[in-house]
Design a protein around this ligand. Structure first.
Ligand code: PDD
Length: 285
């Protein structure tokens, strides 16, 4: 497997990252996870746009263009023979002796990327999964896809220990998002999800799903709901690059709807799969 580290493609046993990298000291950086289907990147432009937006929000300059980073991702796919899987790419504010403020003089940001083979989670997408509520203790800039993920790490671990696949985060009872996903409820045919604010990451999969709702004439309310309202939804699902559209059949041990994948959720999954096929055929992006 080849990795991309600071301008070079290298093998794992040859790669070298400075102990002074600000990613280690402060989580001072941003990242993206981009899905690969049939050897092709999915919604790559949207992901690279968000990467540059996240960098801008933390006042960090990425020393490459979007096109150059896209080429890095494509080379990793080709050289590593990735069919289905994903690309992980992160950018840190570079390596400099440890002090909290930005390095003076400035040092170049460090870009690291690798590819992973992985199948779509088709079994869970059919059966559905259980999730657990956890208080959202993260910072107030969740719109930035930052490397600082302790709040998410602790929430995900709490969910895992309870036998759940994901944590549903809430601030004073109002559902924000998942530890690494966006949350959606369906009530009386209307899809509800938290609006785009500083309290959630605007997921690319969320954007695709909201677009599909529009195409399918499914009404959407971008409006926060409470945990109590989540329990009473007819259907529930979460979205992310790797989870796609994941049905939730249990929240905090309570059955959602009839305890099976909902029909509207299934419809969105089908439309999402069609979108993948349409958008990842070579030369038609
Ligand atoms: N997580 N919300 C949070 C907090 C996330 O970390 C993610 C993505 C999402 C969904 O975004 P998208 O649809 O663009 O993947 C929502 C990635 C996959 C991760 O950290 O692995």
């Amino acid at each position: 497997m080849l990795y991309f580290v600071d301008g070079k493609f290298t093998k794992q046993d040859e790669l070298c990252i400075s102990i002074d990298d600000r990613g280690y000291y402060f989580g001072d950086g941003v990242y993206e996870v981009i899905k690969v289907y049939g050897g092709e990147l999915f919604t790559a432009e949207e992901h690279f746009n968000r990467l540059f937006q996240s960098a801008l929000k933390i006042k960090m300059t990425i020393p490459y263009s979007e096109q150059q980073l896209m080429d890095v991702a494509r080379q990793l796919i080709d050289q590593n023979g990735i069919e289905d899987g994903h690309i992980y790419m992160q950018v840190t504010r570079g390596a400099a002796p440890r002090q909290h403020h930005f390095p003076t003089p400035a040092v170049p940001a460090v870009v690291t990327a690798y590819s992973v083979n992985g199948e779509r989670p088709l079994s869970n997408m059919e059966k559905g999964v259980a999730i657990k509520s956890v208080a959202d203790i993260r910072w107030l800039r969740c719109d930035i896809k930052s490397l600082n993920l302790l709040g998410s790490v602790l929430a995900k671990e709490e969910a895992r220990e309870a036998g759940c696949t994901e944590a549903i985060l809430h601030r004073d009872g109002l559902v924000t998002e998942g530890a690494s996903t966006n949350m959606f409820g369906v009530k009386n045919g209307v899809v509800y999800t938290h609006p785009v604010t500083n309290l959630i990451l605007e997921g690319i999969t969320r954007q695709v799903v909201l677009g599909l709702c529009q195409e399918l004439n499914i009404p959407v309310q971008e409006q926060a709901f409470t945990l109590a309202e989540a329990y009473a939804m007819d259907e529930f699902f979460y979205t992310s690059t790797t989870a796609e559209v994941m049905p939730v059949t249990e929240i905090d041990g309570r059955q959602v709807g009839d305890g099976k994948r909902g029909s509207l959720t299934e419809k969105l999954q089908q439309a999402f799969t069609e979108r993948i096929a349409k958008k990842t055929v070579k030369n038609t992006i």
